[in-house]
Ligand binder design. Structure first.
Ligand SMILES: NCc1[nH]cc(CCC(=O)O)c1CC(=O)O
Length: 357
């Protein structure tokens, strides 16, 4: 055991929202329990001060950017992010040194009079700024309407109470951490709404060259959670979709046929609900990233390329498949329907494995 080389308190950079300070507090408490001194340092981010829509600010990465700057400038030693708000591209000079055990990753419905999703009628207005949530709820074909909302958890719940909205969809983890689970009308089944990749997990980031902090943060890391979110984020990265894309993914460590395995499910769709693609894969836990990449390749081949704009042919040396129907590929279901699929011929398993490298 190396002696702690930090003789001043660890400075933990945090955004000032109730959720951010709560999450930072949880990590600070765990570090204190391990005998470290921790001090919270408030960092203001554009995502907190601007009222513009998230997508116009450049996606959820705006929340992370200021914290990352404070880390790189040496103003703070560590920062706690909601993993789902962290861009998939690694930040040069920084590492995610710990991913603690995650909370329940599912989404929940908070509705007027405690109504459940199935009890909402056609025309009910659901508030969410998340294309992923809109795409999956629209695909249910219930005639729901959607309103793009911003604001913290309290503000969103108040919109339901005031009658401005019939319901809002939120991450269960956020409500749990804020002690607001009593607001939940229904926890949404991932069969209907898959959460955002990394939802419910925290990422503790520090400078790559700060070995002392890296080492003490490693004690907070949970291997299963890291494997799950690695697989989920690999799907997102391979689809070349940003954090605000209509993509959902959920990995779980399961006791399978071959012992402990990683079960990964993913969704890609369009916000009008017209295109709704779900696929799943099971594989070794220590192969999380490749598993996510492989599932993304399946989604792309089955039609997601048309909606994400990802060039599915790029990593694939095979010539383009002639389309017997003369369709342009504009109808994503043409490729998803086994009766009409131009890719009917089963691909050798080897091929899929290759692409996962
Ligand atoms: N997009 C904002 C955001 N980032 C993380 C959480 C909740 C906590 C988590 O998912 O870990 C939330 C709120 C929400 O989606 O309801």
């Amino acid at each position: 055991m190396s002696a702690p080389s930090v003789c001043r308190p660890l400075r933990l950079g945090t955004r000032r929202s109730a959720l951010a300070t709560t999450q930072s507090g949880l990590v600070a408490d765990r570090l204190r329990a391990l005998g470290h001194e921790v001090e919270l340092v408030e960092v203001v981010t554009e995502g907190d001060t601007s009222t513009a829509s998230l997508s116009s600010l450049g996606g959820t990465g705006v929340f992370a950017a200021a914290l990352r700057r404070a880390l790189l400038d040496g103003e703070v030693d560590l920062a706690v992010h909601s993993l789902k708000d962290l861009p998939t591209a690694p930040e040069p000079g920084l590492v995610v040194a710990a991913i603690p055990v995650r909370e329940d990753p599912r989404d929940v419905l908070v509705a007027l009079d405690g109504l459940t999703l199935g009890e909402l009628g056609a025309g009910a207005v659901v508030g969410t700024g998340s294309p992923r949530r809109v795409a999956q709820l629209a695909a249910l074909g219930m005639g729901l309407e959607f309103k793009d909302i911003r604001g913290n958890v309290d503000t969103r719940i108040a919109m339901v109470r005031d009658g401005a909205l019939d319901a809002v969809v939120l991450a269960r983890a956020g409500l749990s951490r804020l002690g607001r689970l009593d607001e939940v009308a229904e926890t949404l089944d991932p069969l209907q709404v898959l959460p955002a990749p990394g939802q419910g997990a925290l990422a503790v980031e520090c400078r790559a060259d700060d070995l002392a902090t890296r080492e003490l943060l490693a004690a907070l890391d949970d291997a299963d959670t890291r494997a799950c979110v690695t697989a989920e984020r690999a799907v997102l990265a391979a689809l070349e979709a940003g954090c605000s894309a209509p993509v959902g993914a959920l990995a779980e460590v399961v006791e399978g046929e071959h012992g402990i395995e990683l079960s990964l499910r993913a969704f890609a769709g369009t916000v009008d609900g017209a295109f709704d693609l779900r696929r799943s894969i099971v594989g070794p836990v220590d192969d999380a990233e490749a598993l996510g990449q492989r599932l993304a390749a399946v989604l792309l081949e089955d039609g997601a390329a048309d909606i994400t704009g990802t060039d599915v042919a790029a990593p694939d040396p095979r010539p383009p498949v002639p389309d017997p129907a003369g369709a342009t590929g504009a109808d994503p279901f043409a490729a998803a329907d086994p009766r009409t699929s131009p890719t009917e011929e089963p691909r050798p398993e080897q091929h899929r494995t290759e692409r996962a490298q």
